[in-house]
Write a protein that binds this ligand. Structure first.
Ligand code: ZN
Length: 300
């Protein structure tokens, strides 16, 4: 006679449960799929008191970049190669309208295909840098909250990274990554300068943000230059020459402004924590997240 297992009477918890459906105890969901579950005092305290080691951080970076080890980058031109590299991480799509050279939002990189090849290349690198900071932040937060990345986590991270203050970090960082791979005389910090001017930001605050941005940039460059290597950089340099792009040499050098990588992560986590706390206490402000969440769900 077949015995009915005791276990068969125990119901499986859905991935998003934060309370066990059998014994009603608090459990950590596998993935957070609602803002009410994300925005709790418990999660805020996890972020603010996170014991997040640099080794754990390096594991996240290793995991993100190892995708490139299995990729076949066969493009003929530097633009095609950089396009293929960026496509390993996320969706890269040409656009042919608007005045922005490139745009990044909700996992989608857009670049204007009417630009010279050299500028398409630098634009894709810049927008890829934005995606990578997004992906790194999603992974940090998921690790700290012990859940898998989900559209809910992603929409919170995107909302955080486009805050006017954080955009200063994000733009300086993306320009620094882009500048590493293009000839010196074509380097610029245009979007960063626009953000700082719009915000009328004080120089002390800017200093801290530049240090955070540069530290992130150096880490990402360290990984990317294995693939955007000497040969590809030389091909990019030649492409700029062929395209006869007008050059305006930078007047300022911010390259030596960095901060200790672990200190950078602690400051960054505190910035994430403050935005989390703001949204926890402001249900109205959370409405914007719903729109972002829908866009991420389209890609899931
Ligand atoms: Zn940018």
């Amino acid at each position: 006679m077949r015995k009915t297992s005791v276990l068969s009477a125990v119901k499986k918890n859905p991935d998003s449960s934060d309370v066990c459906i059998n014994c009603h105890a608090q459990i950590t969901p596998i993935a957070i799929d609602s803002f009410d579950v994300l925005f709790s005092e418990h999660n805020l305290s996890r972020i603010l008191n996170a014991n997040f080691s640099y080794d754990e951080y390096v594991d996240i970076l290793d995991n993100i970049f190892k995708k490139l080890d299995y990729a076949n980058i066969s493009g003929e031109s530097p633009k095609e190669k950089v396009f293929q590299i960026a496509n390993v991480f996320t969706y890269v799509v040409p656009k042919s309208s608007g005045i922005q050279r490139g745009e990044y939002g909700s996992q989608l990189i857009l670049f204007d295909d009417r630009l010279d090849e050299s500028l398409q290349t630098s634009t894709i690198i810049h927008e890829l840098a934005h995606f990578l900071l997004f992906d790194i932040t999603v992974n940090i937060l998921s690790k700290i909250l012990e859940v898998n990345p989900s559209p809910v986590i992603k929409s919170f991270v995107e909302h955080f990274l486009i805050l006017p203050d954080i955009e200063v970090i994000n733009e300086f960082y993306a320009h620094s990554v882009e500048n590493r791979f293009i000839p010196l005389k074509y380097q610029n910090f245009n979007s960063f300068i626009k953000c700082v001017t719009d915000l009328n930001m004080g120089s002390e605050e800017i200093d801290v943000y530049i240090r955070i941005a540069n530290s992130f940039a150096y880490e990402v460059i360290h990984y990317l230059q294995k693939y955007i290597d000497d040969d590809l950089r030389e091909a990019i340099r030649l492409q700029f020459k062929i395209d006869m792009i007008e050059a305006k040499k930078l007047e300022t050098d911010f390259g030596n402004m960095v901060c200790d990588p672990q200190k950078k992560n602690i400051i960054f986590l505190n910035l994430i924590g403050s935005h989390f706390e703001y949204l926890l206490n402001n249900e109205e402000a959370r409405e914007e997240l719903g729109y972002l969440k829908n866009r991420f769900e389209d890609f899931d």
